[in-house]
Structure formats: structure tokens, C-alpha cells
Design a protein around this ligand. Structure first.
Ligand SMILES: *Cc1c(COP(=O)(O)O)cnc(C)c1O
Length: 433
């Protein structure tokens, strides 16, 4: 028995599935979850002393790699000053100023403890601002686990029937409309039928929670025009894409200025932080200024704020993004021609979509140069991922334990690390074909 297996047996008695977030349990790839004792740079080490090249990167936050020295130093200095004050303090001010001065459409913001909380709070603001109750989201987009967002929500829920969770209030499901991605005609129909009741449209401008589904700028711009025409607010959920595809996230790439934005993951430097922000008039609706209540005992935790600031400072000059783009392009080149593989990539985010057969991949590719909606997926793509998952682990490659989770490249990944990933995928795909 490995040490991981021992710990897993104990963990099963302590927590549902032995984990504190479902995808960590390895349910969709089978086998025992690997207990990691720590990470450094681009590598994770498990409790049995094995080392893995990590391309999951804690599901997104670790854009500088594990144990980054600048973040580590900031955290240690913050610890020495005291780690929870429950008062006004200068650290969230500094991070808040840093962000608002660099992202003009974030005129004002509020820090919370997770992406889920950010989305939940921003939606509350949107409903208060418009006096409307309906929300529109997109199929395959994940926005955290607030009741209203657990419909057609992506990876962790990909196998579940509708709605995607038990225990939701009846209202949650009836107030949330769901539209397909990349389908302007369907979108117009939803607005024709419900436009006057929609408080807010929420979208991941770069959907990355059910595979990676790059959207056309025209689609996002059309969406922005429709929301404006119908008096609804547009919320860009940039919890993954914020500070990842560029410091300002996806909005400038899409050429769209959202009314509200949510952040998480990178913003806390690997500590639990989320934020929501946007137009000042909307944010002025939040307590204590306005009537929308939202609070948090541990919100804007000084250690997390300092970690986030150190991370954002390291990203600000753009050189990290240029390096990440080069690594991503390298991965694309080195994986070209792998039978059955459709590699989707935007910046340092990639998704290995493995079709059931090389023929299925060819057919899909002929129809869709880029997959933009779950409706475009080839047959059998989840099964192939499961088949290569454990062989890749055996070669020391750690990917997210789900076929529909994306991979992340960090600043700690060298060109040799990218080659090691490509070589392992190529060999594993050949051996399991
Ligand atoms: C991860 C994620 C969330 C949820 O954030 P948590 O911190 O896990 O609550 C929300 N939206 C998007 C787009 C995400 O990727």
C-alpha cells in the first residue's frame, strides 16, 4: 500500500469522498487520488516521494509556479505583522489601487474569499441595480457553486442530469436562463422572449471550465450590444482569465467593456481571494453605502492581500505573458499531428481534447477548426483522456484529474518541461491507441 492509499482510506472517513472539492477525488479518471506534500517551481512532490511535472497548477492560481520567491517573501513579511485584523488596513487598499489603476472598467471593487462569493455578490448587485430577477448564463460555463449558477455548469458536473446539483431552491432553477455558446441566433431568441426581465448576463469570456471553448469576438460583442439594448447588465466572469491571458484579462481581447467583473484564482497569489467590481455607480449599491448587503469576517485578509499584490506586481510588465505565450506556442507545435488529439489553446491555458479515434478527430476538425461549444465535441473524448491519464502519471506528468479540466502553463515551466509534456503525451497516445 502506498502512503497516498493509506491517507485516502483515512480521508474517506473524515470528508465526503476524502476531499474538500470534488474533482480532487479522481472519480472521473479512476484510482486513488495522489496526496501531494508540496510543490516547488513547476513540480509537485507526493507523500511517497515521487515527483511530478505539474500542469494543473492548483487549477489556475499558480501562474508563477509553486513557491515563488516574491510571493513567499511578501507572505512572511505579512505574517510578522499579524494575519487577521478585522479592521480597515492598508494592504487591501494597496491591492485595490493597484488593480483599479490598471483596469479602467474596474472603477471600484470589493474583496471576498473565493470566486463563488464574487459571482454570488455581483449577481446580487445586478439584480438590485436593475430591479429584475432573471439571470442568463451559457451552457458549459462555470461560475462557482451559488445555487443560481449550478445549471449546465461544466467539468465537475459534466455527467450530472439537469439541474447540475440536488438541493437547489426551486427559484434558483426557474430564474436562470441558459443559452448555448457561439450561437447568436439562439441568443437573440432568448432576449426576444425574456429581455425585459433579465438583470444580468454572466459569461466566462474565455470559457475554460468544460474544456476550453474560445469564443469569437463578434459573438461577445453581439452579446454586449444585446444586453445594452435590453437594459441588462453584462458580467464578465474572469476568475480564470483575469491576470492570466494578460493583466487586464479577456475583456480587452474581446473588445468589450463589461459592467461588472469577477476575479479569483490568480488575484490572491494562491491564497483564498476573490473580488467583484466594475462601474462605480453599481458598486455604490453595496453596503455600507448602498442597500445590497455583502460582508466577510476574513475578507481582504492581510496575508492574502500581500500575496496577491506580490503576484500581480510580478505580472505587470508583460514579460511573463510573452514567455507564457511562447511556451504555449511550443506545446502546440510539439503536439501537432498526434492522432486523435485536438489541442485547444489560448495563451497559457490548454485543453487536450482526445477524440475516440483519429477518424472522429478528423471529422470534428473538418466541421470546426476551433471547438467553441460543447455541442462541437467529438465522440468519445472523455474516455480517451481516462485511458492516458494514469500512464501519464506513471511518466511523472500531473494533469487535472478530469477530461474537461484545462491545463495551465506557469512561468516556472521551462522549454524542456513543455517538451517533456509533449513527448509523454505522444508516447502515451501511441501506446494506448
Ligand atoms: C474557479 C471559478 C469560479 C469559482 O471560484 P472558486 O474560488 O472556486 O469559488 C468561478 N468562475 C470561474 C470562471 C472559475 O473558473
Amino acid at each position: 500500500m502506498t502512503r497516498s492509499e493509506e491517507l485516502y482510506a483515512r480521508a474517506l472517513r473524515v470528508a465526503p469522498g476524502g476531499v474538500h472539492s470534488p474533482v480532487r477525488a479522481f472519480r472521473s479518471v479512476g484510482g486513488t487520488p495522489i496526496f501531494m506534500s508540496g510543490g516547488h517551481g513547476a513540480r509537485l512532490r507526493d507523500v511517497d516521494g515521487r515527483e511530478f511535472l505539474d500542469f494543473c497548477m492548483a487549477f489556475g492560481p499558480m501562474i508563477l509556479g509553486h513557491g515563488n520567491e516574491a510571493v513567499r517573501t511578501a507572505v512572511i513579511e505579512a505574517l510578522d505583522r499579524g494575519w487577521s485584523l478585522g479592521t480597515a488596513e492598508p494592504y487591501s487598499l494597496e491591492l485595490g489601487e493597484y488593480i483599479t489603476s490598471r483596469i479602467p472598467w474596474v472603477e471600484s471593487l470589493r474583496f471576498v474569499n473565493s470566486g463563488t462569493e464574487a459571482v454570488m455578490s455581483a449577481l446580487r448587485v445586478a439584480r438590485a441595480a436593475t430591479g429584475r430577477s432573471k439571470l442568463l448564463k451559457f451552457e458549459g460555463c462555470y461560475h462557482g457553486h451559488a445555487d443560481a449558477m449550478l445549471l449546465r455548469a461544466g467539468s465537475g458536473l459534466a455527467d450530472a442530469p439537469l439541474p447540475d446539483s440536488a438541493g437547489l431552491g426551486a427559484l434558483a432553477a426557474s430564474e436562470t436562463l441558459v443559452a448555448p455558446l457561439d450561437d447568436a441566433a439562439a441568443l437573440e431568441k432568448v432576449f426576444e422572449a425574456h429581455g425585459a426581465q433579465i438583470a444580468c448576463v454572466i459569461i466566462e469570456p474565455m470559457p475554460a471550465n468544460y474544456g476550453l471553448l474560445p469564443q469569437r469576438n463578434e459573438f461577445l460583442q453581439h452579446l454586449a450590444r444585446l444586453t445594452q439594448r435590453h437594459g441588462a447588465l453584462l458580467l464578465f466572469d474572469e476568475v480564470i482569465s483575469g491576470f492570466r491571458v494578460g493583466f487586464q484579462g479577456y475583456a480587452p481581447i474581446a473588445g468589450v467593456t463589461p459592467d461588472l467583473v469577477t476575479y479569483g484564482k490568480i488575484i490572491g497569489g494562491g491564497f483564498p481571494v476573490g473580488a467583484y467590481g466594475g462601474r462605480r455607480d453599481l458598486m455604490q449599491l453595496v453596503a455600507p453605502v448602498g442597500p445590497v448587503y455583502q460582508a466577510g469576517t476574513l475578507s481582504a485578509n492581510p496575508v492574502a492581500m500581500c500575496a496577491g499584490l506580490a503576484m500581480l506586481r510580478a505580472l505587470d510588465d508583460g514579460s511573463v505573458y510573452a514567455q507564457l505565450e511562447a511556451r504555449g506556442a511550443q506545446l502546440e507545435r510539439e503536439l501537432e499531428g498526434v492522432p486523435g488529439l485536438i489541442l485547444q489553446r489560448q495563451a497559457s491555458v490548454f485543453w487536450l481534447c482526445l477524440a475516440g479515434s483519429a477518424e472522429a478527430a478528423r471529422r470534428t476538425r473538418a466541421e470546426h477548426a476551433i471547438l467553441r461549444s460543447p455541442a462541437h465535441y467529438p465522440e468519445g473524448c472523455a474516455k480517451r483522456y481516462v485511458a492516458i491519464y494514469h500512464p501519464l502519471l506513471a511518466r511523472g506528468i500531473y494533469l487535472a484529474p478530469s477530461a474537461f479540466e484545462v491545463g495551465f502553463i506557469s512561468a516556472a515551466h521551462t522549454s524542456a518541461d513543455i517538451s517533456a509534456l509533449a513527448t509523454a503525451i505522444r508516447a502515451t497516445c501511441a501506446a494506448t491507441a
